[in-house]
Every structure is written in structure tokens, then in C-alpha cells.
Design a protein around this ligand. Structure first.
Ligand code: CS2
Length: 488
């Protein structure tokens, strides 16, 4: 049977009541511009914002901006911005249609429309999920990477920006009376402060007065965001069509768990996110560090080891007893003790909940998705924990194993010889350094100062441990090494 289904569109909403909140919905005006319209935003901040509007009203519709690729706009514009989230856990699947996205733009095609959206006085918040590399950070200084080609370009022609700091500043400079709040939702340590620093560096290079005004007048709250959101597959598109009776060109699969902790500094107002389950706090640091180290640090470690062993998805990886044991030990003994957490934060429970989330068999979260951009991810996820443990005189073997697994992954082959795709802004350089035929791979990679701070690369306790882990992986393979390291 080959039935042609209609496309998801506003006119179909009356037939989709089962997939919508029963609360009354009034079409909101756009109040938020979001940069980086990927799956994560659509399953996380957009859902919280929609729930906040359902609970408390407010004009917080979202104008989503893809910075480069037109594919999300091409999928969602014909749907009037509607899309579905396929919420999956052990109990099965629920499908929710999201209405918060009011407009979709592609910066490379419609830069003036993006600037106009940023200059619209009704827009009071600009949120971002542009991934680590979108910040154009120089990790060696913690400030802006002035050598970044987009930054060099934007500083020459700031009225036609292409970079994230370029867009934010081009918007802010016209809004001295009513600046928007800038809200980073990426997995960076101190994401708000990191974004503020690159924006200030960029603005200062253009106009010191503008930079001073941003420094005093613009809020950059930090946030901790959490929801496991895999990339969309054709099977997900079919599942959406089967549930909705119409075609959603780009549904988003996600786990049911979601968490958002936000520093409550919004001088221009904000949606009632607390009514959608977000936690509004004074200081997000403890939550953010716990999440980056426990979830993301372990996720990356697992992804690299699993890929070397030929395991493709996270649920299959944690089902492997040696990998499970390694992660359990790593969280309990290596990471959790480095965390400073609120009194009611139960580290063992957090660990167990994470392992259960990773085991979700319905998500099919691919390890290769987590493995991408390792050069950007390792420092916030693993290296802070390493530095804290070394400072306390503690062993770092299991953390070094994750780093060594990344080094072996860079060479592009699993243990059985299957090709492993390397997707990383530093891919070319890293691949050349990681070629396993040449001796000294570990030392060459540890000398990459954009990733490894010089103090760490000079610490023989760290370097020796990474070398031993690398050799163990080469000799015994990922699973046998995981087993041994779990028992150390
Ligand atoms: C993952 C994260 O892709 C990755 O690197 O570690 O996207 C992770 O799934 C989310 O941070 C969970 O909140």
C-alpha cells in the first residue's frame, strides 16, 4: 500500500489534538531569536519555552536561525515551523507537535533578515546552540580567536557579519536603549561567561565605547542544558508519519528526561521557564560542572572506546559489561569526588540515572555523533577533572584511557579495520598527528596547545598515564583494556 500522506502544517493542527497540549494556545509574537537551529534546540529550549507560554502566556515565539545550512529551513518552512518530538523511553514513544518556532531563517541566504530579527525591539532574548566551535574561542587565552577566518573577516566588515560574535554585536550595537539578554545553551564550562568574553573581545576590537556598554549593560547568564537528542534518521521520519498521519520532514527523537538550570539574570524579561520545569538559580556552576564531567565526559569516553571495539550505539556500549564497569568506576571514584554540589545533590543517584539513560534502547544514539568535535569537547569534559585530580595527588588512569581512546580513534580505523569518520574542525591536523605508524603519537597530540594546556602536557604523571593507556589499547584492544582499568 502506498498512500500519499499530507504534509504537517498549521491547517492540520485540529486533527493532531492527541499530540498537542490540551492547554489553550495563542499564537505568540517572536520574542526570542535562536542561533543554531539544530535538533537539540528543538527538543530542549523550544519545548521549555512552549510549555512556559502554555502555562503563563507571553510573546516568546522563536525565530530560529541556521547559521549555514538551509536544510532545516527547507524542511520546516513548508510546515509553518511545526515539527514533532519523538519522546522515547522504555515505556515506548510519545509524539508531541511543537508550535513555538514561528520563523526559520538561514543566515548565509538572508543575512539582512537575521539582522532585522536581532534588531526587532520585541526580541528580548537571543539564545544559542552553536556548538563549542561556534564561539571562535582561543582556548589558550580563553578569549576570542582573532586568527579565526570568520572573525578576521567580520572585523573588516562588521555590518555584514558571519560569525556568532559578529551577529550578536551587530544586533546589540543598534539597541543601546533596550539590549537583549544573550543566553548560551552549549556544553561549555561557564558558557555565559565564555560567550561574554568573546563578544567583548570582538566589540572592543571595533569600538571601545561599545564594548564598555556591553560590559555594563548586557546580561549573559550561564545555563546547564541536558537532554539526549540523537540525530534524525529515516526510520524516525517514518515513525513520525505513522503517529501523526502526516509527513514531518524533520522530526526530532529525544529521551523523555530533560533538565535546564538557568542563572536568573534577564533584565529584559523572560518566559516563565520555571513553570515548565526549569530551575532558575543564582549560580549554575555546580550543576554545569556535574553535568559536563559526569554525563558528557563519560559519554565521550564511552563513544571512543566503543567505536574502537566496533560498537555503534550508546545503549549497546553500556550493555557491554566491561564498558559499564569502567564507567561506573570512573563516575564513582574519579569524577564525583571532584564535584562541589548542592547539599541535596545525590552523586550516586545521578550516576545511576545517567547509566540508565545511556541504556535507553529506543534512542539508538550513535557513538559517532558523540565522537565528533573531540578537539573542542575533551577540555571541558575531561581535562578539568584530570587537572583537579592531579592537584589532589590522585590517579588519573581511567580519565587518561578516554583521552587515549580519542587518540586512537583519530587514526580513523576500528580494531577490526572498519573506517571511522573524523568530523572535527581540526580534523586534518589531528589525523596527520595521529597516524599510528609513526612513533610518538601521544606526545605529538599532547603538544597541541589548543587542546592540552601546557601545564598538563608538562606533567609527567599525566603524560605517562596517557602513553600507558594508548599502548594498552594498541596491544589488548578497547574491551580488555576497559576491563583491566575498571578494576584498577
Ligand atoms: C553528547 C551530548 O553529542 C555529544 O557529545 O555528549 O550531546 C549529550 O547527549 C547532551 O549533552 C545531553 O544533554
Amino acid at each position: 500500500m502506498n498512500i500519499q500522506l499530507p504534509r504537517l502544517a498549521p491547517a492540520r493542527l485540529p486533527a493532531l489534538a492527541a499530540h498537542l497540549s490540551p492547554l489553550p494556545w495563542t499564537e505568540p509574537r517572536v520574542g526570542i531569536v535562536h542561533l543554531g537551529l539544530g535538533n537539540f534546540h528543538r527538543a530542549h529550549q523550544a519545548v521549555y519555552t512552549e510549555d512556559a507560554m502554555l502555562a503563563a502566556g507571553g510573546d516568546w515565539g522563536i525565530c530560529g536561525v541556521s547559521l549555514r545550512r538551509p536544510d532545516t529551513r527547507d524542511a520546516l518552512a513548508p510546515q509553518g515551523g511545526l515539527y514533532s518530538v519523538l519522546i522515547r523511553d522504555a515505556n515506548g514513544q510519545r509524539v508531541r507537535v511543537v508550535r513555538a518556532l514561528r520563523r526559520v531563517l538561514v543566515a548565509t541566504e538572508e543575512p539582512d533578515a537575521v539582522l532585522a530579527a536581532l534588531r526587532d525591539p520585541h526580541v528580548r532574548i537571543v539564545t544559542l546552540t552553536v556548538t563549542e566551535k561556534g564561539y571562535c574561542l582561543d582556548p589558550r587565552t580563553g578569549g576570542l580567536d582573532f586568527a579565526h577566518p570568520l572573525i578576521a573577516r567580520d572585523l573588516r566588515d562588521p555590518d555584514h557579519p558571519q560569525s556568532v560574535p559578529g551577529y550578536l554585536v551587530a544586533g546589540l550595537r543598534t539597541r543601546r536603549d533596550n539590549p537583549y539578554t544573550v543566553l548560551s545553551c552549549d556544553n561549555l564550562a561557564h558558557n555565559g561567561a565564555a560567550l561574554r568574553r568573546v563578544v567583548l573581545d570582538y566589540a572592543r576590537a571595533l569600538d571601545a565605547g561599545l564594548a564598555d556598554w556591553i560590559e555594563d549593560g548586557v546580561a549573559f547568564p550561564s545555563t546547564m542544558v541536558d537532554r539526549i537528542v540523537p540525530a534524525t534518521t529515516d526510520a524516525d521520519r517514518q515513525a513520525a508519519a505513522a503517529a501523526l498521519g502526516c509527513v514531518d520532514a524533520w522530526p526530532v527523537p529525544a529521551e523523555s528526561f530533560r533538565q535546564w538550570v538557568i542563572e536568573d539574570r534577564f533584565p529584559a524579561g523572560r518566559p516563565a521557564w520555571e513553570q515548565a520545569g526549569a530551575l532558575l538559580v543564582d549560580d549554575v556552576t555546580p550543576y554545569e560542572t556535574a553535568k559536563l564531567r559526569m554525563l558528557n565526559g563519560v559519554h565521550s569516553t564511552l563513544a571512543y572506546l566503543a567505536l574502537l571495539a566496533g560498537i555503534k550505539t550508546v545503549d549497546q556500549a553500556v550493555a557491554q559489561a566491561d564498558l559499564h564497569a569502567l564507567l561506573h568506576r570512573m563516575m564513582s571514584e574519579d569524577i564525583a569526588p571532584t564535584l562541589t554540589v548542592p547539599a541535596d545533590f545525590d552523586r550516586a543517584r545521578y550516576r545511576d540515572d545517567l547509566l540508565a539513560r545511556f541504556a535507553n534502547p529506543t534512542l539508538k544514539h550513535r557513538c559517532i555523533q558523540i565522537a565528533m568535535d573531540g578537539s573542542q569537547k575533551l577540555p571541558p569534559r575531561l581535562l578539568g577533572t584530570v587537572a583537579d585530580r592531579l592537584r589532589a595527588g590522585h590517579a588519573v588512569d581511567r580519565l587518561a584511557l578516554g583521552i587515549a581512546a580519542w587518540m586512537r580513534f583519530l587514526a580513523g580505523r576500528s580494531e577490526s579495520g572498519a573506517a571511522l569518520e573524523l568530523n572535527d574542525p581540526m580534523a586534518e591536523r589531528l589525523r596527520a598527528l595521529a597516524a599510528p605508524e609513526a612513533p610518538g603519537v601521544v606526545d605529538r597530540l599532547l603538544a597541541v596547545t589548543e587542546i592540552f594546556p601546557p601545564e598538563l602536557a608538562a606533567d609527567a604523571r599525566f603524560t605517562g598515564t596517557v602513553r600507558r593507556a594508548y599502548d594498552a589499547l594498541a596491544r589488548d584492544g578497547a574491551l580488555a583494556t576497559a576491563r583491566r582499568y575498571a578494576a584498577l
